[in-house]
Every structure is written in structure tokens, then in C-alpha cells.
Design a protein around this ligand. Structure first.
Ligand code: ADE
Length: 232
């Protein structure tokens, strides 16, 4: 076991889906995986391994924010040999053309976090998705006739920000939406030379103030999950 994951070597698949919410990990495992077994309950951060279309696949909650997802990504890669890490999460729209329930592939992740400036002594690292996963995700979405958008996203350290118009500057530079984890995931994956992709579903809009209900989130999340499951 690692510090935060109570699994034995070999119990976690090379490809893993990473929702922020551990109960969503449970829902994904119970809804989509065959023979899913729970391998982790430490801190309630549930993790499961099963099969999807006969291929071994895991799903692990990560918690919210860059520090939390960075801990799980680090341990999954270094202790359990995970090679393909696919975040499946929600995001808030910050550009006019991004609508509720849109599926977004994060090609790159800008950030208000000081994480990479600290890591690179003030330099600006550009956290980037794996081209292989990105390419496969696009082909899968097209095959399944699921529409999507792709581009730069903002991984913010703030859900509740002091400046409610902060997102406008990012949007002016064509950043599509705000979430809180992708830049951390992409940076850890890059460090260890493995693949990462964040697939996001728009759950709210910072422009219109719209929000999806919990029930809507469940049904609209399924498009994103169906794409992610094909990436193993
Ligand atoms: N995830 C979903 N909506 C968000 C928002 N408005 N800000 C940050 N992360 C989010």
C-alpha cells in the first residue's frame, strides 16, 4: 500500500478514471465496470478495479484541488504503475460559446496556482494533455456522435474567488472554462512520462449564473464517462 491508497501491487489497472468525488467513483464502478472490487477506503477516497469490455480498468476519487489530485496521481504512478490517468470532472463555463452540459477536452491547463512557478523557480511550465489520449478521445467522441469542444482550461485554486470578474481576463485569452485539478494532473504525469487527459462536463456558467441540478449532472456526466472508458 502507499500512504493514501490501501491497495496491493497489481490491484490497480494501467488505465484509471479520476473523478473528484469518491461517490462518483463508486457510481462509475457500479454502473459501468464488470466485477468491480473496491481496493481503497482510506480517507473515504474510494477506488475500484473491474473490467470494461473485458479490459482491466480502475476508477479512483481524487478530492478537490491541485494538491489533492497531485497526491493521488503521484502514488498511482510511482507505487502502482498507472500509465493512463483520465480526469472526469465538472467545470464552470467562462466563455460565451461554452454551454451547460458541453463536453470539453482540456488540451492544456493554465493556472492561478503557484505550483509550477515554485517548481520551476519562477518559470512558466505549460501543463499539456497527452496527445495519444487526446487523439483517441476525439476519435471516440466522433464515433459515438458526442459533440465536444477542446482547448485551454483554467485550473484555479479558488472555487469562491474574491474577484468575481477574475475569469474575464482568462476568457479574453480563449480559456474555455474553470476547474481545479487538470494543471496538477498534467504536471505530475509529465514528470513521470505517463499519459493524462482531463475530460470535463460544464456544470455551471460564471457568465449566466446557470447551474445544473444533481440529477442533470448524473445524466450528462454519462457522455464524458462513455468516452473515457474507451481510452483503456
Ligand atoms: N468546477 C465546476 N464548476 C466550477 C467553478 N465554477 N469553479 C471552479 N471549479 C469548478
Amino acid at each position: 500500500m502507499s500512504v493514501h491508497i490501501n491497495a496491493k501491487k497489481g490491484e490497480i489497472a494501467e488505465t484509471i478514471l479520476l473523478p473528484g468525488d469518491p461517490l462518483r467513483a463508486k457510481w462509475i464502478a457500479e454502473t459501468y465496470l464488470d466485477n468491480a472490487v473496491c481496493y481503497n477506503k482510506v480517507r473515504g477516497m474510494l477506488g475500484y478495479t473491474g473490467t470494461y469490455k473485458g479490459r482491466k480498468m480502475s476508477v479512483q476519487g481524487t478530492g478537490m484541488g491541485i494538491p489533492s489530485i497531485s497526491i493521488y496521481a503521484h502514488e498511482l504512478i510511482t507505487e502502482f504503475g498507472v500509465k493512463n490517468l483520465i480526469r472526469v470532472g465538472s467545470a464552470g463555463a467562462i466563455k460565451q460559446n461554452i454551454k451547460m452540459r458541453d463536453v470539453i477536452f482540456a488540451m492544456s491547463a493554465s493556472s492561478s496556482s503557484s505550483l509550477n512557478r515554485n517548481r520551476f523557480n519562477g518559470g512558466d511550465f505549460a501543463p499539456t494533455a497527452s496527445f495519444d489520449l487526446f487523439d483517441k478521445a476525439i476519435k471516440t467522441a466522433r464515433d459515438q456522435k458526442i459533440s465536444f469542444k477542446a482547448g485551454n482550461v483554467l485550473s484555479s485554486d479558488f472555487f469562491y474567488t474574491d474577484d468575481p470578474l477574475d475569469h474575464e481576463k482568462w476568457a479574453a485569452y480563449n480559456v474555455l472554462c474553470v476547474e481545479m485539478e487538470a494543471a496538477g494532473l498534467y504536471s505530475i504525469a509529465a514528470k513521470h512520462n505517463v499519459n493524462a487527459l482531463a475530460i470535463l462536463t460544464i456544470s455551471d456558467s460564471l457568465i449566466t449564473g446557470e447551474q445544473t441540478t444533481a440529477q442533470e449532472r448524473e445524466s450528462t456526466f454519462s457522455n464524458m464517462i462513455k468516452i473515457a472508458l474507451e481510452l483503456g
